[in-house]
Design a protein around this ligand. Structure first.
Ligand code: HEC
Length: 179
C-alpha cells in the first residue's frame, strides 16, 4: 500500500528532474549555437578579404588607367573578372547599382536579398548577410556598400553628383559557399 501511495510523488520528482536536466542541456546547446558557427565566421572573413581586394583593385585601376570616358572602366574589368571567377566555380559576386539609375540595366538588384541589402546599406549598415540553402548546401549571401570614392566616378556616372554624401551608389553582392 505504501508503495502505491508513494508512486505518484516519486514519478513527479522524476519528471521534474528530467525537465530540469533537459532544459539545462538545451540552453547549453542554444548558447553554443549563439557562440557562432565557425564555418560562417570563416566565410564572412573570406568575404571581407575579397571585398577589400576587389575594391582596392577597382580604385587603383581607375586612378592609374582611366583618364577619359572612352577608357575601359574599372567596373567593366571587374565584371569580366567576376564572370571568370564564377565560371571557375569559386564564388559569385555581382556589381550592382543602388541609385535606381544604373549605367547598364543588367546591374540592378535581382532578388529579395539584393533589394533588402540595398535598403540596409543605404540605412548605414556596412555589411549585410543571410544564410541560404540550396541543394542541401549552405551559402552566405553578403553585401557591402560602394560609395563615390573618387571625383573620376562622376565623369561617366553623372547621376552620382546628386547623391547625398556618404550614401552608397552601389554594392557588391556575394554568394559564397559555407565550407
Ligand atoms: C570610364 C567611365 C566610367 C568610370 C570612370 C566609372 N564607371 Fe562605373 N561603370 C561604367 C560602365 C560603362 C558600367 C557598366 C559596366 C558593365 O555593365 O559592363 C559601370 C558600372 C558601374 C556600377 C554598376 C551599376 C551600373 O551603374 O551599371 C557601379 C556601382 C559603378 N560603375 C561604380 C563606379 C565607381 C564607384 C566609380 C569610381 C571609382 C566608377 N564607377 C567609375 C563606367 C564608368
Amino acid at each position: 500500500m505504501i508503495g502505491t501511495k508513494r508512486f505518484p510523488i516519486v514519478a513527479l520528482i522524476a519528471v521534474f528532474a528530467a525537465v530540469v536536466v533537459f532544459s539545462r542541456f538545451s540552453s547549453i546547446e542554444a548558447a553554443d549555437k549563439k557562440k557562432q558557427d565557425p564555418a560562417i565566421e570563416r566565410t564572412r572573413k573570406t568575404v571581407r578579404m575579397l571585398d577589400d581586394i576587389y575594391k582596392t583593385t577597382v580604385v587603383l585601376i581607375t586612378e592609374h588607367y582611366v583618364n577619359d570616358d572612352d577608357d575601359l572602366p574599372a567596373g567593366s574589368a571587374a565584371i569580366a573578372l567576376f564572370d571568370a571567377v564564377k565560371k571557375k566555380g569559386w564564388h559569385e559576386v555581382r556589381l550592382l547599382d543602388a541609385t535606381g539609375d544604373p549605367y547598364d540595366d543588367k546591374n540592378t538588384a535581382r532578388d529579395a536579398f539584393d533589394r533588402e541589402a540595398i535598403k540596409q546599406l543605404k540605412a548605414g549598415e556596412t555589411f549585410y548577410d543571410q544564410i541560404e540553402e540550396k541543394d542541401g548546401k549552405r551559402f552566405l549571401r553578403a553585401a557591402t556598400p560602394i560609395p563615390v570614392v573618387m571625383k573620376k566616378c562622376v565623369m561617366c556616372h553623372d547621376n552620382y553628383a546628386n547623391v547625398k554624401k556618404g550614401e552608397p551608389i552601389g554594392l557588391l553582392s556575394y554568394t559564397i559557399p559555407i565550407e
